[in-house]
Ligand binder design. Sequence first.
Ligand SMILES: [Fe+2]
Ligand SMILES: [Fe+2]
Length: 240
Amino acid sequence: MTAQAKSPQVKTCEELKTQPEEFRAACEKIVISHAINELYGAQVFDEPAVAFAPTPYAKWLTCRVAMEEYGHHVRFFELGREMGIDADRMIPGKTAKRPLSIFEYPLKTWEEFVAIKLLGDLAEILQVEDLLHCSFHPLRNLARMTMPEERFHAQFGADFSQEMIETSAGKKRLQQAINRLYPSLPAFFGGPKSRNNEIFRKWGIKQRTNEEMREDYIARAQEVTAKLGLILPKLAEAAA
Ligand SMILES: [Fe+2]
Ligand SMILES: [Fe+2]
């Protein structure tokens, strides 16, 4: 936090170009990672979920969520282009960067999608929250613009979960989906003692350590599932 007080406040992409290489590269890493993950998520989960949605109302809301997730990719991609990042580095498949393991399991059911919005988008909220006071203002502003939509996605997950737990069969299916998906989510926050995270905090780009974020995430995930009378599966030592 002390380091953050000394970090520069960079108001535009033009200004970023005159900043030290370490700071520029760190901002690029974050923008690339968001652009890639938002696009993976939209392609692997949100767009296919429209076909699984059980009612016209659910399809309509799912279309909106898919539109917004593609929109998040587009916004991060456009910011990246303004920063001078090559387009190929922000498109999954064209980059050498490996996707997060959660994207390797194609969506099979509506319950899985609801569980992803409930718990996966909660992880996304924490990531975006950590950028709300970012020293690179275009990224901070983008986080502020994205936040209400991520909250809507988590609320979507909570609302459809509420509907599902009304029958014991529905509740069981949702619990099974959580059991399958949740264990891969805490890894979303990166490894402990990460050099990247150290650099992000040094420059005031991000505020918290990966461990702090993961701990907070697990506590918040526990809270939302407990409210629904559901439980989180135990995590392997390494992920916890
Ligand atoms: Fe998103
Ligand atoms: Fe989202």
